[in-house]
Design a protein around this ligand. Structure first.
Ligand SMILES: *Cc1c(COP(=O)(O)O)cnc(C)c1O
Length: 476
């Protein structure tokens, strides 16, 4: 699947008439019914997709080097997943989880729990990463109410700067995407504070060792617990590997362990958000497998369903489930579409394919290769400040001045320019733009997150195109 490339002839012949119709069906912006993300700037119209390629209504074949937002981990149009969806539709498309279960949800949750070696003992399936994060926050609060001696005073959350956890009011409150928060600040939750992100490129001092830097971050968390009152903290929330907001920053060795130790010292929970970094993206099914740490609550989403259905999950550590089971025995939370049979069938098939096709070793191997090639081609570029990542999840951070690491002024919109340059027909590659990584306002990067079945030749193609895009957009 991964190496399918529709030929120009195929695109133009087999779909020519259909394309003409599609174009007709999509009138100019002022006649569109869609509230586009850029209201005055309609995005390209994708009429079909296969493997790594997205095809627009003008026949442009765009290499999807990001799986959308790190979603389409098997590439597009995998017939095996389509079949699983069809099969589920023949059985039952929807049943209400208040009083029914369904075999696809059972299969998926069993798979997920088993994949953690039983460390996480139950899964709660919802429709988006945001919903999973909301559920995790509410579960953390309820957990403390269900202890033999309830701790209702634990209402504070500590999260990290330059993090992203979703866009509803609760998840936006724990996140720290400055641009997305700004106009809503006054209605965001007041029980959340933010400590520094783990970001050695800008924040580790030249005289510090990794241990010293990690120690300093752990001390900052400890100080925040003390400031709030250690027994008022409900949970510390962090992305296991920072995603699109900071730009693909893996945790430094020992960092998450040190943070978890602070939580444990004060009886607070650790919530790891793996919506973007989990389900294989960083080379292991769960990103925490590469850290010396197991979360109390874990969120997953993007790669879970590979884009074949909107789906996300909350995984619960055994001790949390046991506490609830011995307590009221019911999570005070629900959503109409939780455990949706069709979404679960799609995600279960996606996960079985990752297993059957043995894709995780490929993620690790091709990820290492992608990193090497990016360094080789772009390290010397005067406006490339940092290249970092893990597995098939890499970011390139742009700077105005390499020596001082001074970012470009946000008004220049550098990451957006790089992204739109990528979509020009002569490059035809999609890159995720990100800004504000340096301090919330300044900083530009793009992220790469190709499909798990990517080949060496396709990595070469990505790196060649990205290099050309960077040169086209930033010179040299
Ligand atoms: C994308 C993302 C979310 C939100 O997921 P949605 O499906 O967009 O609601 C939450 N956390 C992280 C780390 C993400 O990358």
């Amino acid at each position: 699947m991964g190496d399918y490339k529709p030929s120009a002839a195929e695109t133009s012949l087999s779909t020519a008439t259909q394309l003409a119709k599609e174009i007709q069906n999509h009138p100019p912006t002022d006649q569109s019914g869609v509230l586009y993300r850029q209201l005055r700037q309609p995005p390209l119209n994708i009429v079909k997709a296969r493997g790594n390629y997205l095809v627009t209504d003008t026949g442009l074949e765009i290499f999807d080097a990001t799986c959308g937002a790190a979603v389409s981990c098997l590439g597009h149009n995998d017939q095996r997943v389509h079949e699983a969806i069809q099969e589920q539709l023949q059985k039952v498309s929807y049943c209400y989880s208040l009083y029914f279960t369904n075999s696809s949800m059972e299969n998926l949750c069993k798979f997920l729990v088993d994949s953690t070696g039983g460390k996480m003992s139950r899964a709660y399936i919802v429709g988006s990463g945001t919903e999973a994060v909301e559920a995790s926050l509410k579960m953390a609060v309820q957990y403390f109410m269900e202890l033999p001696t309830p701790q209702p005073q634990r209402v504070n959350f500590i999260a990290r700067k330059q993090s992203y956890h979703g866009n509803t009011l609760g998840s936006l409150s724990v996140g720290h995407h400055v641009g997305r928060r700004a106009i809503y600040e006054k209605i965001l939750a007041k029980n959340v504070t933010h400590v520094s992100q783990c970001y050695p490129y800008r924040d580790m001092k030249s005289y510090e060792t990794v241990e010293e830097y990690v120690g300093r971050l752990a001390q900052e968390l400890e100080d925040e617990f003390q400031r709030l009152g250690p027994d008022t903290v409900c949970a510390f929330v962090a992305e296991t590997m920072s995603g699109a907001t900071l730009g693909c920053m893996p945790a430094l060795p020992g960092y998450l362990k040190a943070m978890k130790e602070v939580c444990e010292r004060h009886g607070a929970l650790l919530i790891l958000d793996e919506v973007m970094s989990g389900m294989g993206r960083t080379g292991t099914l769960h990103a925490w497998e590469q850290e010396d740490v197991v979360p109390d609550l874990q969120t997953i989403a993007k790669g879970l369903g590979g884009g074949y259905a909107p789906i996300a999950g909350l995984l619960l550590n055994k001790h949390v489930v046991d506490t609830l089971t011995k307590g009221t025995g019911s999570f005070v939370h629900s959503q109409t579409y939780q455990g949706h049979p069709v979404s679960c069938a799609a995600a279960y098939r996606v996960q079985k394919i990752i297993q059957e096709d043995n894709l995780l070793p490929n993620v690790r191997e091709m990820g290492t290769y992608l990193g090497q090639r990016l360094h080789e081609k772009l390290d010397s570029h005067p406006h490339v400040g940092d290249i970092r990542g893990r597995g098939l999840f890499w970011a390139i951070e742009f700077v105005q001045d390499k020596r001082t690491k001074e970012p470009f002024p946000p008004s220049q919109g550098i990451s957006w320019t790089v992204h739109t340059t990528g979509l020009k027909p002569e490059h035809a590659i999609s890159l995720i733009p990100g800004n504000g990584g340096a301090d919330g306002i300044n900083g530009d990067h793009v992220c790469l997150a190709p499909a798990y079945n990517i080949t060496r030749a396709e990595i070469d193609l990505i790196v060649d195109r990205v290099t050309a895009v960077v040169q086209d957009a930033l010179g040299h």
